[in-house]
Ligand binder design. Structure first.
Ligand SMILES: Nc1ncnc2c1ncn2[C@@H]1O[C@H](COP(=O)(O)OP(=O)(O)OP(=O)(O)O)[C@@H](O)[C@H]1O
Length: 257
């Protein structure tokens, strides 16, 4: 059997004063499109940081591509677009090409002038997010959604096998969120990139994903999105910390309040 791309076993994590995660076990298989859902402060970003090896769990273990995280060398296989990347300094003078090429520099050092092959890689990454026409534009002139696509291209240019995104739609207009998720779904389907994202967009995201994990310090549900409606009222309340409206049938509209 192929090892999961990410395998988390019995992880807990505490900040100095705060218990953020408790006994989390879950895995991400190749090809999954997983959404991690949960209320504010439920530990979603903390879980992503543990997956990325940015922080170490207080307890438990994590394997990446079947290898213990401590021994894992191929960090470029795991791409990351952080929550902060779209709160971009609008005075920053870089072009789209320069920002995306920054994702290559991590691999091969800084370039004074971009080699031809690197420019091709940058173009390919921009095509994957529908931004190839913007290659010579200044990033500061782009909308929030366009900037976010550029930051995804910056992660894609390093050719990751799995891409982790922390609340990627923050700062994107409501009417552009659908097409943003369509773009992510096509990365997953056509480019075969495994995706893990944290989001509050339960309504919009559920049609595109394959898997869902409901987190609030601990996992209250993890499985195929089609099974989400099997969550009991008790599980749902424990998950959100207060009574929540049922998530409607999957494949149609979904909501909770
Ligand atoms: N650097 C830190 N130091 C101390 N406590 C922290 C730190 N980062 C997060 N926490 C706390 O840990 C808990 C989990 O935070 P985390 O950011 O993982 O939640 P989240 O689900 O991503 O929240 P949100 O949806 O608001 O982004 C919260 O109670 C938070 O206050």
């Amino acid at each position: 059997m192929v090892a999961p791309l990410i395998e988390i076993k019995d992880i807990s994590f505490e900040y100095e004063q705060t218990k953020a995660l408790e006994n989390i076990s879950m895995s991400v298989q190749e090809g999954d499109f997983l959404a991690i859902l949960g209320p504010n402060g439920s530990g979603k970003s903390t879980l992503l940081k543990i997956m990325l090896g940015l922080i170490k769990p207080t307890k438990g273990s994590i394997k990446l591509f079947g290898v213990d995280s401590k021994q894992f060398k191929n960090r470029e296989w795991v791409g990351y677009v952080s929550q902060k990347s779209n709160s971009f300094n609008s005075g920053f003078p870089a072009t789209v090409e320069e920002v995306v090429a920054g994702g290559l520099a991590k691999k091969s050092g800084l370039f004074r002038r971009l080699p031809k092959s690197a420019r091709e890689d940058v173009k390919e990454a921009l095509e994957a997010v529908g931004m190839e026409a913007f290659i010579d534009r200044s990033v500061s002139e782009l909308s929030g959604g366009q900037q976010q696509r550029v930051f995804i291209a910056r992660a894609l240019v390093a050719k990751p096998k799995v891409l982790i995104l922390d609340e990627p739609t923050v700062g994107i207009d409501h009417q552009n969120v659908q097409s943003f998720y369509n773009m992510l779904a096509s990365l997953n389907r056509d480019k075969k990139i495994t995706l893990v994202l944290v989001t509050h967009d339960v309504d919009t995201v559920t049609d595109r994903i394959t898997h869902v994990a409901c987190l609030n310090q601990t996992i209250h549900f993890h499985g195929f999105k089609e099974q989400l409606h099997t969550m009991s009222d008790e599980q749902r309340e424990a998950w959100y910390g207060h009574s929540v409206r049922k998530i409607h049938h999957v494949g149609g509209s979904h909501s909770h309040a």
